[in-house]
Design a protein around this ligand. Structure first.
Ligand code: SF4
Length: 200
């Protein structure tokens, strides 16, 4: 399941969403992959031991690596973290979580260019420099506190849920206080109109 890799191979310079649109998105596959992950996550969270009994699956989903013994520490912290995230969602915290990602949307390795762009005053290019705000805001156990790098970079979870596509909404940028990205003016205006339509 690597539509992005296929698309990137030949036409790396073009926006990903454009390529996917032209090729006819295999949306049902993305939806099935996400639904399967939701079921797996529910199994792991509600049984409390499901994630440990299927450690290689868990580490593949989150760290992109079947070799579970390399990730035992951070992987063990995923269970309490998962429950904390469930409570944040139930409380309605406004940061944008995995349930916000449409089931049929393509996986992303960077935000869609039609939605977001680097801020003019951001001095590190595509890199996040030394910033870790979004990971630290939710105390993400996948962040390597020694190196400051994400241990799950480009894993299934990273690409199919919020991380790879961050940011897609202004409320995410506000919540995480991200100094790097801003929404494209057209996308911001669209979201503003939608919010007003809901309010009135
Ligand atoms: S808040 Fe923005 S700049 Fe900081 S780590 Fe997250 S995406 Fe990168």
């Amino acid at each position: 399941m690597e539509p992005i890799a296929e698309a990137e191979a030949g036409e790396a310079s073009r926006p990903m969403e454009e390529l996917l649109e032209e090729r006819g998105s295999p949306q049902w596959r993305w939806a099935a992959a996400r639904l399967l992950f939701h079921v797996y996550l529910g199994f792991a969270l509600f049984t409390l031991v499901g994630g440990f009994l299927t450690f290689p699956v868990l580490t593949w989903y989150i760290f992109g690596d079947w070799r579970f013994w390399r990730h035992i520490g951070p992987a063990a912290r995923l269970l309490p973290h998962g429950w904390i995230m469930v409570f944040k969602i139930l409380k309605g915290e406004n940061g944008g979580y995995m349930l916000d990602v449409p089931l049929t949307s393509p996986p992303f390795r960077s935000p869609p260019t039609s939605l977001a762009r680097l801020r003019r005053d951001w001095g590190h290019g595509a890199s996040c420099g030394g910033c870790r705000r979004c990971c630290e805001k939710i105390a993400c156990p996948v962040l390597d506190s020694e190196t400051g790098l994400c241990r799950g970079y480009q894993s299934f979870f990273w690409r199919y849920f919020n991380c790879g596509r961050f940011p897609t909404q202004q409320r995410e940028l506000t919540y995480y206080e991200c100094p790097k990205w801003e929404l494209q003016p057209t996308a911001a205006a669209r979201q503003h109109r939608r919010t007003r339509a809901v309010q009135f």
